[in-house]
Ligand binder design. Sequence first.
Ligand code: AMP
Ligand code: MG
Length: 520
Amino acid sequence: MKLSINDTFNKELPSDSNMENSRRKVFEAMYSFVVPKVPTKPELLHASSEMAHTIGLDENDIKSKAFLNIFSGTEVYANTKPFAMAYAGHQFGNWAGQLGDGRAINLFEVMHNGQRWALQLKGAGETPYSRQGDGLAVLRSSIREYLCSEAMFHLGVPTTRALSLMTSGDQVLRDMLYDGNAAYETGAIVCRVAPTFIRFGNFELFAARQDFQNLKKLADYTLKYFYPELGEPSKDTYIKLFEEVANRTLEMIIHWQRVGFVHGVMNTDNMSVLGLTIDYGPYGWLEGFDFGWTPNTTDRQNKRYRYGNQPNIGLWNLLQLANALYPLLEEAEPFEKVLNQYQTDFESKSLAMMRSKLGLMVEDTNDIHLIKDLEDCLLLSETDMTIFFRLLSNYKIGDVDSGLKLVEEAFYSSEEISDAIEEQWKVWFSSYDQRLRKEELTDNERKTQMNLVNPKYVLRNYMAQLAIDKAEDGDNSLIEELFELLKKPYDEQPKYKKWFAKRPEWARHKVGCSMLSCSS
Ligand code: AMP
Ligand code: MG
């Protein structure tokens, strides 16, 4: 297995001079050198061929002993120096101080086809940033991260990727429900991939400590390798950097809203400076359309990270990043301008996104009402978001009376659909019909367009859980099946049509299928 190694982060930026793997606060450094824990009996459960090819590996490499050794943490790749990053963050709205890679270890950077990729192992053992944790990850959360990051990529959502999923052969103690019933679970390691894993929290760490020298170094490094088009470091370039991060963050969140993805833990340590979805923990997918839904049990009280609040939280997080970058400019106004622009852009981009979900190409000032009325209808009874929008593409102009019938599969309980609800839907279909008459597309052309933005298949929470249950019994076939299915989420794929279905009732309250804790 030959990789084109091209390390920069751990070559150009200051490291922690302490080489011990002991938990501590680390100052005036961006990372600490640390080697992964050697697993007892690593086994490869799955690898992403697409990701492997992207970093210059082929099928034979995936099957090699070297692949197993390097991406399980058994061996360190020649001439590389693994490390854990230092970062801080705001968690659930509160300043949390130093956090850092407590259970992620960066291996190296690879250059392939002109693109830089950083590879890191999640669950490869403790680091100076592990605090009270063990640095390990369990199979259930690793399957969830592995499948979802590749699924998001194929949905066209900016995301970190996954290269491999391995079990370690070690047992990991977890109190899954935080109810005092800790139990041993199968340990696992995911190799994640992204151009860089720098988060908002990396900047916040130095700003909070008034270590402006390192703050500047980090900003300059980010510009040099990931935003070279913005120009040489200067006050003007720093604000352009912030503007670009804000744009990308908004873009990412609009995609989440489009596909019904709820991140669950939008803490600033989980916000990528590249606007990538990062840290797949207690995330979830909307089944019944509901702005108030959050998958994260830890957030059950406040629902800070609920579906409908994600765009606001994006803004709140950007404000924290602005505070962190402020010392580079010492001027508040340019930051305020970008933050205000985010709000304006949110309105227009979210409208454009909803228009595309409805197959509307022409702009019409009344669309905002059509969309609001639709959202009201979707909330009248439990209505599956994915199924609704996919079936809506079958609508034919002039068929107001059969509109509701067309989407009835999306309703969780037909008994809930009272006459009054039916009437409200009819009114909506009637306005939709009128509106479609202003478009130039034929019914068929509109359907094709809509099916490019409304996925047929997403990783429903219960689907991931079924794959987990099987894998825990030693059967990885469902990981493979879901992985294949989710490579083409917008295609009809008739052989997988059983996955185009509402969540079964047994899954409604089952652990892992609707609500998840942070324990992973
Ligand atoms: P998360 O909520 O997964 O984004 O994690 C928040 C912080 O806790 C990060 O600094 C993680 O590295 C750390 N962390 C989470 N789980 C563990 C663990 N099992 N061992 C060590 N650190 C952890
Ligand atoms: Mg995190």
